[in-house]
Design a binder for this molecule. Sequence first.
Ligand SMILES: [Zn+2]
Length: 377
Amino acid sequence: MTLQQAETPPMPISRRDAIRLGMGGAMASLLPNLAVNGRAVAADSPKDAAAKSIATEEDRNFFEREIESFLPDKIFDAHAHLFKQGTVSWDLKGLPPQVGYPEYQALIQDLHPKRRTAALFLPAFSPDKKDLLPQCNEWISQQVALSKDCVGGFFVKPEDDPEWVRQEVKRLKLRGFKCYHTMAAVTPTWETQIPDYLPEQLVKVAGEEGWSITLHMVRSRAAADEGNQRWIERYCRQYPNLTLILAHSARGFQPAHNLEGLHNLKGLDNLYFDTSANCEPIAHQAIMRIIGHKKMLYGSDFHVSHLRGRSVAVADSFLWLYEETPVWKEKQGTIKPVMVGLENLRSLKWACWSERLSDNAVEDIFWNNAAKLFGIS
Ligand SMILES: [Zn+2]
């Protein structure tokens, strides 16, 4: 056998093809994964990144059992946080004190092993480190510059001068904003209206420049809230070149809010949804059925993805169970929770299955929709 023959790529059949063809999980697992053997491997995947996997045996087993056969070869993570040492005061079990592009690429392997992963990076910082925001935005810019296929968002405060923001975003070569309700001047910020943390003059800049805004809605009923609906519609219609991304599947941690409210957000061409951190299948399904899968972008919400537990819909609200929440000792035995990112992926798998999405539609959610939006090939 010549060297060239030895290096000939294997048969172009992926595990997902095998699953679709009915070859089953065990058989499929013997087949080469295109992500390993084909072009899908990232040219700049980490070789000696400092960060190491924090996956437990339960996480790895869960991935093999639930996610491996579902996950496409190319992944655009439309909601991932990076953080610089000193700008966060939390201590995330197992995660390094600083996560930039190389550490992200290493750690995201816990969720997307051997897949090419590109991302929209957003700053993360602790509320008590608000003064360090300029550093956080610089950090995102530096990390985006390390990659060929990632983009970044600039964290805006409601009081920021719009023209200063425009210049800064251009200087840092970012292409959108992230805002958050904790920056609003009204309390409680959980019940604040969108313009209190995302004023229209900033939206106008994003619209003029063709940038995206990632919006984590608040108020108790999220997409079912009339105030939220009014502002989303106004911003989308007024600024057609803006891309408004509603984070966490329209913050539908209680899917009833999506089922009730999304009908009023139909027909807005520039309205998108990232699926991050939401572990309720019906939240994603509501978007697929009412709005359409072409408006959905997969997101991990790294570093939240690497906590263990999940969101749970209950009553007309939701709650979060974390590893530390004292609920895991059940009569039948002690439950070992897995990463939020894995629970999120399974909920998305169930949504795709239940809506009978084709492989192509699944690939749209995981790559094509975002690639088109952000101009990535
Ligand atoms: Zn987030």
